[in-house]
Design a protein around this ligand. Sequence first.
Ligand SMILES: NC(=O)c1ccc[n+]([C@@H]2O[C@H](COP(=O)([O-])OP(=O)(O)OC[C@H]3O[C@@H](n4cnc5c(N)ncnc54)[C@H](OP(=O)(O)O)[C@@H]3O)[C@@H](O)[C@H]2O)c1
Length: 309
Amino acid sequence: MRVFVAGATGAIGRQLLPRLAAAGHEVHGMTRSASKQELIRQLGAVPVVADALNREQVSAAVADARPDVIVHQLTAIGPVNPRRFERGFALTNRLRTEGTDNLLAAAHAVGVRRFVAQSFAPLYTRTGGGLKTEEDPLDPAPARELRGTLAALRHLEKVVLAAEWTEGIVLRYGAFYGPGTALATGAEQLEMIRKRKFPLVGDGGAVYSFVHVADAADATVAAIENGSRGVYNIVDDDPAPVAEWLPELARMIGAKKPMRVPRFVARLFAGEVGVVMMTELRGASNAKAKRELGWRPAHPSWRQGFAAV
Ligand SMILES: NC(=O)c1ccc[n+]([C@@H]2O[C@H](COP(=O)([O-])OP(=O)(O)OC[C@H]3O[C@@H](n4cnc5c(N)ncnc54)[C@H](OP(=O)(O)O)[C@@H]3O)[C@@H](O)[C@H]2O)c1
């Protein structure tokens, strides 16, 4: 198939392009920067330069490539201050709203067969126990600084799933780790843990569903080739509370045990979003992706995955 990847040079795009090429697909990779064209070629794809927020450029790029499938992996996250979460996510929110609309319009014009888009599994409703499935609602009452992020994700999911002329597929990825992510050697979050600047808040009860970016890319290839309209959680087999994974990760990298801070102190330094992220998130189930996509993560648990990274 001809596959057009928007977000070809990012953490997930860099894993995805070579896998698609190796599977025999003709891959077109989009970037804003002419200087990243060579990287895209090296990853096995044809480079396309376009700004996702410019509708004419996106239409022209897609019309040129005439893909069977479009994959939307656009984000612009960068370092995030949890107290200024909305500011840190403003551009990503635009990519998830205007960027999605632009790609969908371009996709409709050439009649793509499948449209696969990135969403995020950790933002399910924070009520109820157990693992969240694709049927559970996203957080209906998010912390104030998360409202824009939730609204943008809802928009993306709604328009992708509602597009009747194509098979719209939403992949709710778990928290990424591995090469190119914030949880990689030398990267932001790992360095914070090393410097004891990543404390355990309250009971550390937020349950994280992680996924290695290479596994996320494998699942994405499976969705591109065999997915059906709908949502899939792409997470590992071993959701774990912060109180479990954070001290273990600190130990693995030879850092001192994380400091413990009560919720009210964390709220002052990291805002409500920081407290939610450390105490209230729920884990997600990967049963549907395994059942319907035949996907199995090569790193079924963050325990082996972190150690490998
Ligand atoms: N599920 C998760 O946990 C999750 C999900 C997403 C991101 N993250 C984390 O966020 C961090 C970095 O993310 P990032 O947002 O900087 O992403 P990134 O991994 O650098 O990827 C962003 C991609 O979007 C493209 N892009 C952004 N704005 C664009 C525009 N206007 N037009 C065309 N393409 C555009 C970039 O292309 P060019 O720069 O080549 O133009 C790039 O290919 C990483 O640590 C990653 O792990 C985590």
